[in-house]
Design a protein around this ligand. Structure first.
Ligand code: AMP
Ligand code: MG
Length: 279
């Protein structure tokens, strides 16, 4: 297993050009059937690590998923965390902010959804929407008082990095995955949804409009990836046109990260509990 090289995180010292990353890449992977066996092994071990994480109680793992519509964020959650006890998992999906949320800073709703120690948390979209969709549609989505703020995006990147450092200081290990799909693959998935009545509910009017802004999103992603990939919260660009490739890379990185966290069951709160006799 160890002979397959794990993907490297985004290096913040270098410009990110998404054209250099092939969304359909299968590079360095064995054939699909073999990879699927590995995914199953990794996801089972992720389940076991989660039990240890809970028994340890001094650390948490936060997995952040971002990607264009139909990039497979929901599918990744379902596959990679398939064997995790739901009691130890906290999944938060971030939609367009409510009126109350809009009256607070952009990290307010995020902080409340951070997983407690002992758990695995998953963000399906996240605070990064505030430097992605909000950047692409700043004219509509930015509150008027911020529209002319200087260096707004750079400042947001810095606030995000500081926020993530705060979480890291509290024992939270953060992994961030950008599920990178091609424009053609997105189209194929949307058309598939149109053909399948069970998936009609997933279609939104915005799916048709947002495709026009594809280059703007890619640019916003490139900036975000470079400026917010940090040692305590690295970004990984996941080739996501093939679901099995996507699942493999995410499962592998989550698995290896949990292994490196070395979760160990904590001792009894009182050593006498071990030898005390039950009546
Ligand atoms: P979905 O993930 O398909 O359920 O869609 C959720 C929608 O909420 C997406 O179109 C996101 O771009 C949007 N969204 C999430 N967070 C924000 C935000 N902070 N500001 C504006 N829109 C957002
Ligand atoms: Mg959607």
């Amino acid at each position: 297993m160890a002979h397959i090289k794990s993907l490297a995180p985004v290096n913040p010292k270098r410009r990110v050009d998404l054209k250099d990353y092939n969304p359909a890449s299968q590079a360095q992977l064995p054939e699909e059937a073999t990879v699927k066996t590995l995914i199953e092994q990794h996801t089972q071990e992720i389940g076991r690590f989660q039990e240890l994480l809970y028994a340890d109680g001094s650390k948490a793992l936060l997995v952040i998923l971002q990607g264009m519509d139909a990039a497979g964020k929901d599918g990744t959650v379902g596959k990679v965390f398939d064997h995790v006890n739901p009691m130890g998992m906290h999944v938060a999906s971030f939609k367009s902010p409510s009126a109350v949320e809009r009256d607070h800073d952009f990290l307010w709703r995020i902080h409340q959804a951070v997983p407690p120690l002992g758990c695995i948390g998953i963000f399906n979209r996240s605070h990064y929407e505030d430097v992605l969709v909000v950047r692409v549609h700043a004219d509509q989505l930015l509150p008027p008082h911020l529209r002319h703020a200087r260096h707004l995006w750079k400042r947001r990147y810095r606030r995000i990095n500081d926020f993530e450092r705060l979480l890291a200081d509290n024992g939270i290990v953060i992994l961030k995955f950008f599920l990178h799909i091609s424009r053609q693959e997105q189209r194929r998935r949307f058309v598939e949804r149109q053909k399948n009545p069970e998936k009609h509910w997933k279609l939104a009017a915005s799916d048709f409009q947002e495709r026009k802004f594809w280059p703007d999103y890619q640019h916003a992603y490139e900036q975000m990836l470079r400026h917010t990939s940090t040692p305590q919260a690295p970004w990984y660009i996941i080739p996501a046109d093939h679901k099995w490739v996507r699942d493999y890379h995410v499962a592998r990185i989550v698995h290896d990260t949990l292994a490196a966290m070395k979760p160990r069951p904590r001792p009894a709160t009182d050593p006498r509990l071990i030898t005390m006799r039950f009546t």
